[in-house]
Design a protein around this ligand. Structure first.
Ligand SMILES: Cc1cc2nc3c(=O)[nH]c(=O)nc-3n(C[C@H](O)[C@H](O)[C@H](O)COP(=O)(O)OP(=O)(O)OC[C@H]3O[C@@H](n4cnc5c(N)ncnc54)[C@H](O)[C@@H]3O)c2cc1C
Length: 359
């Protein structure tokens, strides 16, 4: 996963450079606890060994890096200077144009309803505007993936979950244009970043909430405060209590039982592939690997560990439970043992760790 993230960040920086879509703002992971700081020291070693620059920083340094962070009460943090924030809209536009320059045609506003078949081979997609024939089809429709893949008889272990993301009103005196590192509060499972001239923030420290997804649902739900009731990091960011939030999003993203993507070819449906539960953090590399696979080239990244039927021995209830529990462990990471499956900061075990390593 770290290799996927590193390649993706490098790709995003290369595609658009003036001004860059991917801004290397750096990130800091902070904690109030000496124990967690020791884990961060270990994480630093793991990062350095993997070629990722990382530095343990004092509370004083944290306030210099992020002036609106009140570091009183913090034990310290881990600074990763090459982390960054992506302007997804601009990046997608640039990729879209580059693909068109290479002869790719896009059909927008078309809904795929089912797959066209010839025996056990998928021969295209049936849409609300007719059938489009294709020798290779990839299901890459985000939170709607389980329903669509089900049309091909595939039972994807994909579980959409609700996630809050709030923004303050514009704060031109605070958010000055030169982006500061984004912050992850590991004790409160809370993050904060600059978003245009606002601060944006979200948290995982609330009961995981599944989202029932069908073709009619949009990518966000109604925001209700009580759903996400949790202790926010007001001690670190008093400015949030003063300003409040004026934009509230209840977004939906995909979880899987091990927090990793679902990538690969569908057994029993020749010509059909899946690329689901892919975070932006890893998407550039996943796109490259999937393109190589469907062209029968060997992929630049080993995606066999993400194969689609790796949860076949789990029943539906266990898969759902594991996926939902992982939501609260989204900031867990491999520490002392170096074995991701054995490591926790708080909560239950998690194999999901380095989705947070670069973005
Ligand atoms: C609040 C929030 C914060 C997040 N923060 C981060 C972050 O910091 N870092 C990160 O890496 N990720 C983050 N994510 C997750 C990230 O946004 C998703 O993982 C990513 O957008 C998934 O991309 P995708 O292309 O797979 O799916 P999507 O972006 O959802 O695209 C799927 C597309 O398929 C289309 N589609 C669906 N069904 C059909 C159909 N039947 N026929 C035709 N088209 C169809 C949809 O209309 C949509 O355009 C966040 C998500 C949320 C909600």
């Amino acid at each position: 996963m770290a290799a996927l993230a590193m390649y993706s960040a490098e790709l995003y920086a290369r595609v658009l450079s003036d001004p860059p879509a991917f801004q290397r703002t750096g990130s800091v992971e902070v904690t109030r606890s000496a124990d967690t700081l020791r884990l961060l020291a270990r994480k630093r070693e793991v990062a350095l060994a993997g070629g990722i620059d990382a530095e343990l920083v004092s509370p004083e340094r944290l306030t210099k890096l992020v002036p609106y962070l009140d570091s009183d009460g913090l034990a310290g943090g881990l600074f990763i200077p090459d982390d960054g924030v992506l302007d997804v809209r601009r990046l997608l536009q640039a990729l879209h144009e580059a693909a068109q320059d290479h002869g790719l045609a896009f059909r927008e506003g078309v809904q795929v309803i089912d797959f066209a078949r010839d025996g056990d081979r998928i021969t295209g997609v049936i849409t609300d505007q007719g059938t489009i024939f294709a020798s290779r089809v990839i299901v890459a429709v985000g939170i709607w993936g389980r329903e669509l893949a089900g049309k091909a008889g595939l039972d994807l272990a994909l579980y959409p979950v609700q996630h809050p993301y709030l923004q303050t009103k514009p704060l031109p005196r605070v958010v000055t244009g030169e982006m500061r590192p984004f912050v992850r509060d590991l004790d409160n499972l809370f993050y904060l970043r600059e978003h245009g001239d606002r601060l944006g923030y979200g948290w995982y420290n609330h009961s995981p909430l599944a989202a029932e997804v069908d073709t009619t649902i949009k990518a966000d739900l109604a925001y209700e405060d009580r759903k996400f009731d949790a202790a926010l990091s007001y001690d670190l960011f008093p400015i949030l209590e003063q300003t409040g939030s004026c934009r509230k999003l209840n977004g939906i993203f995909s979880m899987t039982p091990d927090g990793a993507p679902l990538l690969g070819q569908v057994d029993g449906a020749k010509g059909l592939w899946v690329a689901e539960a892919v975070w932006v953090t890893h998407a550039g590399a996943v796109g490259k690997a999937m393109a190589e696979c469907i062209l029968d080239r060997s992929p630049s990244f080993d995606i066999t560990q993400f194969h689609l039927d790796r949860f076949a021995s789990m029943d539906e209830q266990s898969r759902r439970h594991a996926s939902m529990s992982l939501y609260n462990d989204i900031y867990a990471w491999p520490a002392e043992t170096g074995d991701p499956a054995q490591v926790q900061i708080k909560g239950s075990k998690a194999v999901n760790h380095d989705r947070l390593s670069l973005l």
